[in-house]
Design a binder for this molecule. Sequence first.
Ligand SMILES: NC(=O)c1ccc[n+]([C@@H]2O[C@H](COP(=O)([O-])OP(=O)(O)OC[C@H]3O[C@@H](n4cnc5c(N)ncnc54)[C@H](OP(=O)(O)O)[C@@H]3O)[C@@H](O)[C@H]2O)c1
Length: 216
Amino acid sequence: MRIGIVGGTGKEGSGLAMRWARAGHDVRIGSRGAERGEARATELSEVCGKTIGGGSNPWAVEGAEVIVVSVPYGAHTSTLESIAEHVGDAIVVDITVPLAPPKVRRVHLPAGQAAALEAQAILPEGTKIVAALHHVSSTHLADLDHDLPTDVLVCGTHRAARDVVIGLVADLGARGLDAGVLENAVALESLTPVLIQLNKRYESAGGTGLRITGID
Ligand SMILES: NC(=O)c1ccc[n+]([C@@H]2O[C@H](COP(=O)([O-])OP(=O)(O)OC[C@H]3O[C@@H](n4cnc5c(N)ncnc54)[C@H](OP(=O)(O)O)[C@@H]3O)[C@@H](O)[C@H]2O)c1
């Protein structure tokens, strides 16, 4: 599958890119600076042993079947506006957590209630938006030889799109679970500050994650 990762030069996007490339996907990472994207892609390709493409954010998403938005919340609106005309009929996976630094251990509800709902208002009508991966630590993602010790809750506007993302989560080495409609992103995004609190309180080395019980 062709996957374009906006902000793929960063901590979370880099791990996603390497894991999906190793699973056989055609991955491109994007950056505000095309040269930075190219250079980072070269580094990541060397680490994971698979070719990852790199360039500007619009270049990375053009023609992609799945687009992942992986930028800090402060850059969310401007980044989405910069790719909106390139989205086509791709599934857009928004992993953004609307943190309000420096108080990152406190839930911050943005004006639109969730970053993913704000994305829906910015991207062209009908865009298949999925929210996921808010609870996957970049430290664990970077540890390429181990499965991810977490479940991944996936919500979105279209069930078929959620199912595609649940499949991509399996390719990362985790279990994806269908968490329903996009409005549920309010709950998913809000849980991350709680995990950050747990990381600190219990001195979690690689970062805490979620495990849902009662599902075989
Ligand atoms: N890190 C985690 O463990 C984790 C876990 C779950 C979810 N998330 C979420 O995933 C998203 C990305 O997190 P991250 O830790 O990967 O972030 P990051 O490394 O700080 O930033 C990711 C990329 O976003 C771009 N960027 C940074 N500041 C920007 C700005 N002001 N304007 C436009 N682009 C900017 C940069 O790319 P260029 O400079 O190349 O353009 C950067 O490499 C966040 O929304 C975060 O809440 C993170």
